[in-house]
Design a protein around this ligand. Structure first.
Ligand code: SAM
Ligand code: SF4
Length: 347
């Protein structure tokens, strides 16, 4: 088996992160995301997932992020984490090169036993998504019926999930626990300060995400995007911020609070695209590989999954051919192009 590293694409970008989706289904229905109700046929088995992760790490991936849909809905999550942890302990396994195993979740199912089980199974980091601190906006953003009351219940559930994760050892001050929020102009941009206050209280980094034109169901328009610079300005006016920059291969441009209460990050894929050093490979729950979040179609890895050698060839070729830089080329004036859905891709 070949071990020639580093592998780079046509724009000289290495693989750094494998984002593996475990399910396309979700227990929320955020209108900006619009998840599938049913699972695609042919979900990868545990053995196939391990094969994909092993080959991705052999090709250079150092971070594994498990996502969905909602990954806590997947019965495959804990067995997969346990298998990955075992492989990371084996020095002869390429997975020993993994520096972090992370999870993105809406936090609704993050009970105390679940948080402890995730930690015990070897999970290093959790990013929890919550788009509002107040009930009405939280319900709107999560697609909940039942207005402010339902939204308040969601915010409480997620806060309980945050407390459970902290208690289980996911330490926000070491990057073990972060908060993601998608901001839509006129829909939840009044939640910027309440969300920042909530994250500051918990010592978590808040990551503010520009609303992106992923998928076809959310009716994205540019006027619903609040540029990251404006998000930063509004928070800076309340709690002064100092720039920390964006690490190479990272998605977030980060800022530190001048008063020492932690940091925020902004993911500005619309207003300040970062395709130039994009190092993410996405694999869906049914084994479709996507090299760009904004692609219409993936490459089916299933025919190659029978052997690790074949899979390595397929993934290597896919990465070597890669030249996508959709965000940098986006033309909001052009007719909307077709994109795969966010909950299928895993964000
Ligand atoms: N269900 C999990 C969650 O919400 O964290 C994991 C999957 S979700 C697709 C991953 C991330 O993508 C979430 O932080 C979500 O807010 C973000 N996301 C979904 N649709 C988006 C969109 N159109 N623009 C920007 N971010 C989006
Ligand atoms: Fe579900 Fe996450 Fe999509 Fe919201 S963003 S619908 S929580 S997959």
């Amino acid at each position: 088996m070949s071990t020639s590293l580093p592998l780079t694409d046509r724009l000289n970008r290495p693989i750094g992160v494998l984002r593996l989706s475990l399910t396309a289904r979700c227990n929320l229905a955020c209108p900006y995301c619009c998840p599938d109700v049913e699972e695609p046929p042919g979900l990868l088995t545990l053995e196939q997932q391990m094969r994909v992760i092993r080959v991705a790490t052999r090709l250079g991936a150092q971070t594994l992020r498990l996502t969905g849909g909602e990954p806590l809905l997947s019965r495959r999550l804990l067995p997969l984490l346990e298998a990955v942890a075992q492989a990371r302990r084996d020095r002869s396994d390429p997975m020993a090169g993994l520096q972090a195993v992370a999870l993105t979740s809406n936090g609704v199912l993050l009970s105390e036993p679940m948080a402890r089980a995730l930690r015990a199974a070897g999970l290093d980091r959790i990013t929890i998504s919550l788009d509002a601190a107040e009930g009405g906006a939280a319900a709107r953003m999560a697609g909940l019926q039942g207005g402010a009351v339902a939204g308040e219940r969601l915010v409480r559930q997620v806060q309980d999930g945050i407390a459970a994760a902290c208690a289980a050892g996911f330490d926000p001050s070491r990057g073990g626990l972060k908060l993601n929020a998608v901001i839509q102009r006129g829909i939840n941009d009044d939640q910027l300060l309440p969300l920042a206050a909530l994250a500051r209280q918990q010592g978590m980094e808040l990551r503010l995400i520009e609303y992106m034109d992923v998928g076809n169901r959310n009716q994205w328009t540019l006027d619903q995007v609040l540029p990251a610079a404006q998000m930063v300005e509004r928070i800076h006016a309340r709690w002064p911020l100092e720039p920390l920059g964006r690490p190479r291969g990272g998605t977030a441009r980060r800022w530190r609070y001048g008063d020492g209460a932690g940091s925020i990050g902004v993911i500005a894929s619309i207003s300040e695209p970062f395709c130039g050093d994009c190092n993410r490979l996405r694999v869906t729950a049914d084994g479709q590989a996507f090299t760009c979040l904004f692609s219409a179609e993936g490459t089916d890895l299933k025919p190659a999954l029978a052997s690790e050698l074949q899979l390595e060839q397929a993934m290597r070729q896919l990465w070597q051919r890669r030249q996508d830089r959709y965000s940098e080329e986006r033309d909001p004036a052009a007719a909307a192009s077709t994109h795969a859905e966010m909950a299928y891709l895993g964000g």
